[in-house]
Design a protein. Structure first.
Length: 335
């Protein structure tokens, strides 16, 4: 281990994670806290790279790493939050010791909004595997209330986290349905998509919970985004299969689907029409109206939605000139 002592501190930390003892690694991390911000960021990025492929190597460091979420340097806090997102994606339960700190960062209205967004995202991934540890009433309130006041990037991550809360335990959102439905007209299409998706997950578990959302879901059938329209149709189809039911709607009947329509939309419109009228009984609708289909497919749908047309902001759709500013002037998202 003496050879590693000659390496820059970020490289030392990476080597120790693979080869050192826990005591040596913790000591290196402790030394890191006294270095300049750029060195701290480099070391945290090195840990993130390891966390993606070998999250268990980072498990014993989660608690001390969480202290960097309150670092005096904003860029260090953001780098740390991204590290926890990567770790939570790879191995959600490893992040459990940091849940309280992540929730505190989410709740801090004075925190840089990108830090809050990443903390919400990390909590969402943890909620899939450990919903009880993440979805206490205060954290759920922070996720829901933030939809009303936060920056677009934060709202998108909050809405995404709520999808994962539902995937972990749909009953956790039972008393949030009307509040979520009230934001289905958000200007950000990803917020609308995630919230419609959260309602679909709740509806898969218990369709009667969607009673009272039919009107706002019908409005989303005319949404400019085909994925939002698809999720709205899927939720209406789930509700149509209950005793509460929903009536057939002219908007649904007139909704154009043809060979050029995205398969995602076509299958969900057919699903809803079948539930309402038995139309399209010969169409295969595997993977629609199930929690498994949401768990397996929603991230891919989001990636498709986020792929921008040339010169368009991937978050709010504003046309941007090729030589425009590094951040979108409407929503503030980096290009």
């Amino acid at each position: 281990m003496s050879d590693s002592d000659q390496l820059p501190l970020p490289d030392q930390l990476a080597v120790l994670l693979h080869e050192g003892t826990n005591e040596e690694t913790l000591a290196c991390l402790d030394r890191l806290s006294a270095t300049e911000a750029e060195t701290r960021k480099r070391a945290l990025r090195a840990v993130q790279d390891i966390a993606v492929k070998q999250p268990r190597l980072v498990e014993e460091l989660v608690d001390p790493l969480s202290t960097f979420l309150t670092d005096e340097d904003r860029a260090v806090r953001l780098t740390t939050a991204k590290l926890f997102v990567a770790l939570a994606q790879s191995e959600p339960t490893v992040v459990l010791p940091a849940v309280d700190v992540l929730a505190d960062r989410l709740a801090d209205e004075d925190e840089f909004y990108y830090v809050r967004a990443r903390c919400a995202e990390a909590l969402g991934y943890v909620a899939i595997k450990a919903p009880k540890q993440v979805t206490d009433p205060d954290t759920l309130a922070d996720l829901r209330i933030g939809l009303e006041f936060d920056e677009p990037e934060v709202k998108m991550k909050l809405a995404k986290a709520l999808v994962y809360v539902a995937l972990g335990d749909a009953s956790r959102l039972r008393h949030q349905i009307s509040s979520l439905a009230a934001h289905l007209d958000d200007e950000n299409e990803l917020v609308r998509y995630h919230l419609c998706t959260a309602l679909v997950v709740v509806g898969c578990e218990d369709p009667t919970e969607l009673t009272g959302t039919a009107d706002v879901l019908r409005e989303r059938l005319a949404d400019e985004n085909s994925y939002v329209r698809g999720r709205a149709a899927e939720a209406l189809g789930l509700l149509a299969g209950t005793n509460e039911g929903v009536e057939s709607d002219p908007v649904l009947a007139e909704l154009d689907i043809d060979d050029d329509s995205p398969l995602f939309l076509s299958k969900r419109v057919q699903f809803c029409r079948r539930k309402l009228t038995d139309e399209g009984s010969g169409v295969s609708l595997d993977g629609v109206g199930t929690i498994e289909s949401v768990r397996d497919g929603t991230d891919n749908m989001v990636e498709e939605m986020k792929t921008p047309d040339d010169g368009e902001c991937p978050h709010c759709g504003l046309d941007l000139p090729e030589s425009g500013p590094p951040m979108c002037p409407r929503c503030g998202t980096p290009r």
